[in-house]
Design a protein around this ligand. Structure first.
Ligand code: ADP
Length: 477
């Protein structure tokens, strides 16, 4: 049995802003299911929600401040959660990282440095709990100082640092290093310094015993200038201690045979009922209810990362084809306006809903024939896995987790029954359009299309698979 301390700035269902929370809520549970002793440490934000009981655990002194640690559990699990309770830093309403206007909280460096310092005390068995982890698993820049500080300790546990998105690095003015009492041994170009700034993420990238990211392809991509944001050299230097492990999905919440948001359930053996969801989806979006028209869906943040500009550029051409397109998302206002204008121009073909709607997301996964995900970069991505599980073969760009989880439909992969979607390479509207046309051709042959759907539905995206890979990694440290 391994003892694992999991350090994170968000975990579903306690607090969530994105995919990081899904991983940090699910992976600890999957590890606990495999009988490991895992504790999670996270700030006690005002917005943090739990129906489990919370008790006072202890107080420690850090930088002349009294910090309380509270204890609760991840709902419906044996996973212990330690909440870092320091009201001056965490007890105000709203998002963990930014204010109402989307501006980072001015004291983010202090807030997350404190999380790291408390995690170090817990990792070194200095909070009076008679518990020392074998491994400390840190996630994203908010936890990057943990491996750095632990590198200065005698007999420290091993550290793993997982990158969920390289685009966020935790960069602060160099003067912040003094404010945070960063030891001078860590302050140099091969340490936490980055172009005259303090870089939290470098703490993880330089000092962790092992670095992971959320897909094998993304692990390679971040070693190139295009995806590495200036850290590609460091990552290449560390490439023998760098690997990718694909995230799992919640196989209960996302199951077409029992999905609580669907009134018509279906499975690979009983695919016919998928058509009923298609009809509901067409109706819901005010499109012609017609089983014979191929229906494409897209759900996601409307930002450049997701290739929304490619979709916008492609839609006028798509509108000339016999197809329908539905979209659910919110994000950049310019994209929202362009998409709305296209929906107004082609009301029989294109329909959009701006906003966040969990139930509608499930209906799109179930009702669409194919799912579009032309991301420019994608560390892992979830929707392409949901799509496959729902027999909705996705069209994806060959990047990051998309490349690792979708098998292109080519003569050989159709023959050996591994084809599960359509994969294209170039981030251009022309390449996307060509992939859509290739999809239409496959769709026009019901026998082949149904086989691709069934191949996709048979794939195992469970957390158990990922958790086993993390355990193997912990064992090898
Ligand atoms: P990212 O974390 O980069 O946004 P992922 O594909 O990894 O992308 O995960 C996004 C998650 O958020 C998925 O579960 C997706 O269904 C969900 N989602 C995104 N936008 C919306 C929306 N507008 N309404 C409902 N769910 C959404």
């Amino acid at each position: 049995m391994k003892k694992i301390l999991f350090v994170t700035s968000e975990a579903h269902p306690l607090i969530k802003t994105g995919g990081l929370a899904d991983v940090c809520g699910s992976l600890p549970k999957a590890l606990a299911d495999l009988s490991h002793d895992i504790k999670l440490i996270i700030p006690n934000y005002q917005a943090l929600k739990t129906d489990a009981s919370v008790r006072y655990l202890c107080s420690i002194r850090i930088d002349n401040r009294n910090i309380n640690i509270l204890e609760t559990r991840l709902p419906d699990s044996p996973v212990v959660v330690w909440l870092v309770d320091y009201p001056a830093y965490y007890n105000y309403p709203g998002n963990p990282y930014v204010d109402e206007l989307g501006e980072p909280w001015p004291n983010n460096a202090e807030r997350f440095a404190l999380l790291c310092k408390v995690a170090v005390e817990a990792a070194m068995n200095r909070i009076g709990q008679d518990w020392q982890p074998d491994v400390v698993h840190c996630n994203d820049w908010q936890t990057g100082l943990v491996p750095a500080f632990l590198s200065l300790e005698y007999a420290a546990p091993k550290t793993v640092f997982t990158i969920h998105n390289m685009a966020y690095q935790g960069l602060f003015p160099a003067s912040t290093a003094n404010l945070l009492n960063i030891p001078s041994q860590l302050w140099h170009l091969d340490g936490l310094e980055f172009h005259d700034m303090l870089s939290f993420i470098k703490g993880g990238l330089v000092y962790a015993n092992y670095i992971t990211t959320v897909s094998p392809t993304y692990a390679l991509e971040i070693q190139t200038a295009e995806y590495g944001y200036g850290l590609e050299g460091l990552l290449e230097h560390r490439n023998t201690s760098l690997g990718g492990i694909i995230n799992g999905i919640d196989m209960e919440q996302w199951d077409p045979a029992s999905d609580v948001y669907l009134s018509e359930h279906y499975s690979a053996a009983k695919l016919n009922n998928k058509q009923l969801n298609k009809a509901r989806l067409q109706e819901r979006f005010g499109l012609a209810v017609d089983a014979s028209i191929p229906l494409f869906g897209l759900i996601g943040r409307l930002v450049e990362q997701k290739g929304i500009d490619l979709i916008v550029a492609c839609l006028p051409e798509m509108a000339k084809l016999n197809l329908q397109f539905v979209l659910l998302g919110s994000g950049d206002k310019a994209f929202e306006q362009q998409l709305q204008a296209l929906a107004d121009l082609y009301p029989e073909k294109i329909a959009i809903t701006l906003g966040y709607n969990e139930g509608l997301a499930h209906l799109i996964e179930a009702g669409a024939d194919s799912f579009l995900m032309p991301s420019r970069f994608e560390p892992c991505g979830l929707n392409q896995m949901y799509s496959q599980r729902y027999g909705t073969p996705p069209i994806v760009r060959s990047t990051g987790g998309l490349a690792d989880t979708v098998t292109d439909s080519m003569p050989e992969t159709i023959a050996d029954k591994t084809a599960s979607g359509i994969v294209f390479a170039e981030a251009s509207p022309g390449a996307l359009l060509e992939a859509i046309k290739r999809c239409l051709l496959l769709y026009s042959d019901p026998e082949i299309w149904q086989q691709i759907q069934q191949n996709a539905m048979a794939k195992d995206f469970s957390w158990l698979q990922s958790a086993k890979q993390y355990l193997a990694l912990y064992d090898n440290l």
